[in-house]
Design a protein around this ligand. Sequence first.
Ligand SMILES: C[S@@+](CC[C@H](N)C(=O)[O-])C[C@H]1O[C@@H](n2cnc3c(N)ncnc32)[C@H](O)[C@@H]1O
Length: 342
Amino acid sequence: MKDELDFEQLVLIMGGHTAFQILWAGVKLGVFEALSKSGGMTNAEIGQATRLEPRPLRILLTGLTSLRLILKDGEVYRNSEVVEKVLVSTSPDNWVDVLGWQNYIVYPGEMDFVESLTTNSNVGLRRFPGNEPNLYARLAHDPKLEKIFQDAMSSLSNSANTYLADQVDLRGVRHLVDAGGGDGTNAIRLARANPHLRVTIFDAPTVCKIAEKNIEVAGLSGRVDTHPGDFFVKDFPKDIDCILFAHMLTIWSPEKDTALLRRAYDALPEGGQVIIFNMMGWDDETGPMTTALGSPYFLSIATGEGMLYTWKEFESFLAGAGFTQTKRIELPKDHCVLIGIK
Ligand SMILES: C[S@@+](CC[C@H](N)C(=O)[O-])C[C@H]1O[C@@H](n2cnc3c(N)ncnc32)[C@H](O)[C@@H]1O
């Protein structure tokens, strides 16, 4: 059982929208980056770096300090330890780009959370131009927003996929399909960690274009390629023995996930494997916080039908698709891997 909520935590939740904007300002105006580079700055020095007038600067610094994002020691401000790790772009583990997605996609879309709950649909999608029923198809109309989205996914994946590459043994795999592979972040990481491996990214045509540029820059054009299309409709590539679903099955309903896994099952040879890599909810449905705060996005905005399912639920999707053996691997940052064998 968790502790009782106290008054300060309640105030933080009630003003969560403002707290997020204070944090976003710290990122956008370069406060965290400047404090990281300098090791500490006074009010006047931060004012010079951000070009803010004294009153807005005071409001921002009081906000950042009260939220403990930055700490004030005498006249000098410095980043808190967790900000140095997560919100400074030079940190290998940073989530800076995740905030662009939060600000431009999640933030406006969650204005429609209550209506999304009562109608069990993604009412928040109306904040994004287009007629398509899900966010991913609508993003194709807006290259700037699509890039913000892909950068966020890449940032999330980058900070967790080292563990994926370390913990999942791909020595026996020849050709892996990264279904919904996005900009290629995971594919590139896995190809680098496994020099024998061929990887194909199966994603929408506009997204595959972004991935192709990244593959070229990574110097992996011979081993990593793309297969543009809709994986609910188009066949999976031929001659494969492993399919990865990274941050993917949270998008769809249990029925669609099972159907998609069934398509994966049919595309694999006997002994082939499917890997699910995701943040997963605890089986008792009390957390963790990352999944509890992540699920509303899938209901209100992305598709209206997904959520961050529990380990048990993912396992039931695998079983429903015909996979017999499953293996659980717990990773840091609330990430988990489930492996199903055909
Ligand atoms: C949440 S992102 C995950 C990206 C990447 N796998 C990662 O872990 O960073 C979901 C990806 O699925 C892709 N996607 C959604 N629906 C799809 C479909 N029907 N066919 C192929 N790709 C799809 C989106 O374009 C997007 O790149």
